[in-house]
Design a binder for this molecule. Structure first.
Ligand SMILES: [Zn+2]
Length: 134
């Protein structure tokens, strides 16, 4: 049900934005999906379609999904690295996708092997841009 809650907040934000900007219609919303996000995009897209049905200002709006790869930065040596560069096994990758916090259990800095790093990108879902007709 996480997908529905998320879709609801995206639709709500989009509706508020079009109201604030005095847009007649909202035509496109770009939604960023972090790589470390266990969201089913099919369910999410379906939820969006259902939720905009009754709002004629945004019912014709296209929701464009932008996938954002995960990025990490080592707190010890400052090395920046990505999930792909670490060649994780599929099982580990699945875990990390499901629970972003697990990244710290499985991943180490490729330069200094420290497990102390921050996630700088690829977490969460957010609206990147909105387009509409004035
Ligand atoms: Zn390091």
């Amino acid at each position: 049900m996480h997908e529905w809650a998320l879709a609801e907040s995206v639709v709500k934000t989009a509706a508020e934005h079009s109201k604030n900007e005095k847009l007649k219609k909202l035509s496109e919303v770009g939604v960023v999906f972090g790589e470390l996000q266990a969201i089913d995009q099919e369910i999410f897209s379906f939820a969006l379609k259902e939720l905009v049905k009754n709002n004629d200002k945004i019912s014709a709006c296209k929701f464009k999904v932008i996938n954002e790869p995960a990025a990490f930065k080592c707190k010890v040596c400052g090395k920046e690295f990505s999930l792909k560069s670490l060649k994780k096994t599929d099982v580990e990758a699945e875990y990390i996708h499901f629970i972003p916090e697990m990244a710290h259990t499985f991943l180490k800095c490729p330069k200094c092997a420290s497990p102390d790093f921050e996630i700088t990108a690829g977490r969460g879902v957010y609206i990147k841009y909105l387009k509409g007709l004035q």
